[in-house]
Design a protein. Structure first.
Length: 207
């Protein structure tokens, strides 16, 4: 026998509990809250997620999420397009933007190299980063990946890929964010002051 008085309620709780970090007790509380709302409010809530899935795309340049084929950051004439900050995911872009310390553009890899999880270089947006460097317009690459073994492995792989293309790397500076970010920490959980200082005090990446 189900622990819920309604099959529809149970299905709604199961869907809510499938979200990261949402347990069944929290899911039940959220579902019951929605049940008390008006039809218009619930439709607006559901509609927002449908629009998110149907209308949000990935920027064709940096792979950040966007409402347009090229995101506002990449299309901005006020940003420094000669500096590219390489990050793991979209949340990292938001975290760095919130510091107010960076005016360049980004490149979202979509993850980091992790053999244990079956994630290799071909699973990430590394080739498109190399293609951006190949234009000759980039003067600095900032490696802002997690300070973990996987992040460091990805940093080293990108560094070697760029160095192996001698014509692309001439005059190009490769830096990494200062280790004010604690080893093992994700950028999205780092406070804005520490993250901002790490961007400002970035150091040259060395083999």
């Amino acid at each position: 026998m189900s622990e819920y008085p309604s099959i529809v309620l149970e299905q709604a709780v199961n869907q809510m509990a499938s979200l990261p970090g949402v347990g069944r007790r929290t899911a039940l509380r959220l579902v019951l809250h929605l049940l008390r709302q008006s039809d218009a409010e619930v439709e607006a809530f559901a509609g927002a997620f449908l629009r998110l899935k149907q209308e949000v795309v990935y920027c064709s340049v940096c792979h950040n999420i966007s409402d347009t084929p090229v995101c506002p950051i990449c299309s901005s004439t006020h940003r420094d397009h000669s500096t590219i900050c390489v990050v793991e995911n979209v949340q990292d872009v938001m975290s760095i933007e919130n510091t107010g310390q960076y005016n360049g553009v980004y490149h979202v890899l979509g993850g980091v190299i992790s053999p244990m999880e079956g994630i290799g270089p071909k699973d990430l947006e590394i080739d498109s980063l190399i293609a951006r460097v190949a234009t000759g317009e980039v003067q600095e690459i900032i490696l802002a990946l997690p300070t973990t073994m996987e992040g460091d492995t990805t940093n080293f792989y990108i560094y070697r890929r760029i160095q192996n293309n001698q014509g692309q790397s001439q005059g190009l500076k490769i830096t990494q964010i200062a280790r004010g970010v604690a080893v093992g920490n994700q950028l999205e959980y780092t406070d804005e002051i520490t993250l901002g200082r790490s961007i400002v005090n970035r150091t040259e990446f060395k083999n």
